[in-house]
Write a protein that binds this ligand. Sequence first.
Ligand SMILES: Cc1cc2nc3c(=O)[nH]c(=O)nc-3n(C[C@H](O)[C@H](O)[C@H](O)COP(=O)(O)OP(=O)(O)OC[C@H]3O[C@@H](n4cnc5c(N)ncnc54)[C@H](O)[C@@H]3O)c2cc1C
Length: 501
Amino acid sequence: MEQDKGVRFTPPPPQANLASTEKTSGEVAAVGLSRLRPTGCFGEICPSNMAIDDAAQIRIAICGAGISGLALAAFLANLDHESQLSVDLYESSEEVRMSGAGIAVWKRYWDLLRDELGFEHACVDLGFSAPDWTQVKGPVVRKSDTAGAEGHHFCALSHGPTVIPRSAMSSIFAGKLDPSRCGLHLRRRLAHYDETTAPDGRTTTVLRFEDGTKAECDLLVGADGVFSRVRRVLFRDQPDLARHHFSGQLAYRMSCNAEAVQRLRAAKSDHAALRGFTIWSGRGKHVTSNLVGDQIQMSAWDNVSEEVLSAWSDTKVCDVPRESVSHLFRSWEPDLVSLLNHAGDTASRWPIYVAARLPRFVKGGHVALVGDAAHGMTPHQGLGGGQGIEDAFVLASLLTHPDARRGVLPDVLATYDEVRRPASQRVADQSLANGHNFAFLGSSGNGDHPCLTTIRQELVTACDWLMDDDGNCKGEADKARALLETRLRSGHGHGLFDATR
Ligand SMILES: Cc1cc2nc3c(=O)[nH]c(=O)nc-3n(C[C@H](O)[C@H](O)[C@H](O)COP(=O)(O)OP(=O)(O)OC[C@H]3O[C@@H](n4cnc5c(N)ncnc54)[C@H](O)[C@@H]3O)c2cc1C
């Protein structure tokens, strides 16, 4: 679910992919990244590229500089007042990705990013205003599989997310990193890791990269996305947990440019797509459309048959002709048919992959998963990125607790697992249920006669908690810190707790 509510673009935010050593004046991303130590260390084991001047300092390696990895590094930089930690960020790509579509951000995450990382001012610096939440409305959901008749809306969600360009989000995170304590290592694709335990009981994790280089750390955080290598190694004896799974859903992303929107308006001034964020629902499929500036951005969602699902193995995003998408919706309501016919010539097709429901996100005190690596989910609530940010904040809050020393890392990770695993897995379930409701495939779908009242109620309930000021990310982190204190007081705090379960 991606939309553009409440964010006004003045000059466009930076779109370029930026390498760690580049400096592009005026772009927050470049400033942030150029401050970081570039990679070095080839061939030999490199002690995390950091001078470990404090024996108690915890060496953290984050694998993956997507939203979750960058957020974790930024929160750690912000919270680690006592310099307990050294952080190295390993990214397989040549650059930290600074391009891509907007990402839906709910108030719960905006509040966290504003309060902890100064997103409000950073957004203004990048040329767009912070969201006015009184003006941000959720989508209108229509029944559109009407065999050519006009559809009708059956649900209007009173609240929804704002949209932040992915480039801006990455830029702001990168700008928060502390170059004296965070190394950024590009072109480092993790291939494997091993754990070695010294006679004094200290476990070191050795990272092995595809280019033959190695590095060491005390804690490896897998932030390497839904196709996670860290997860593969962590669950190497349980292949179904280790691998990614095709959800059976294909997303086709496309847009109408300004000129096409003008033509659409000229043909029908009250066209449903021109009223704002709309979800066009019908049996087995749905489309989301949203006005973004003078364009309309769309995602069409198809649920493939069981037969196709079981044979599917393609993970690549590819371009397909627009006609192959409009054909899927050819007998739906006229406004949707004309909208799709006004889109650009190609759509990009995304097979949606998810992670298995993992029994743990951690191992002992030395490996943790965050973001899509832990809970890659279908994106029907615009929450995958937000959940990665929340993982990052809770984990950073625990790692920077005054009592969090190397010896109690198993307790720190067990607490992270206890708080974040059930919560994020609930969100994954909810997101899937939303997708099913949009496509009348849930328990209320009932074939050709969906119970729209029940679907409406379920959709409303699904997003209520996201606007609830009482249950925010900082509250979750406080709860986690209190749990850690209880755990340490109760005697686990000597590294004896085994989080491998
Ligand atoms: C079509 C679509 C729409 C979406 N819309 C939204 C939305 O509106 N709002 C929202 O919150 N979420 C949305 N999501 C979900 C969101 O994009 C993801 O949840 C989020 O990007 C996950 O971030 P991540 O950092 O965990 O993983 P990723 O973004 O996948 O980042 C992983 C990083 O790790 C690197 N990496 C991978 N393997 C290795 C390796 N072996 N070694 C080193 N580095 C490695 C990758 O290069 C990458 O930089 C959407 C997803 C899709 C598919």
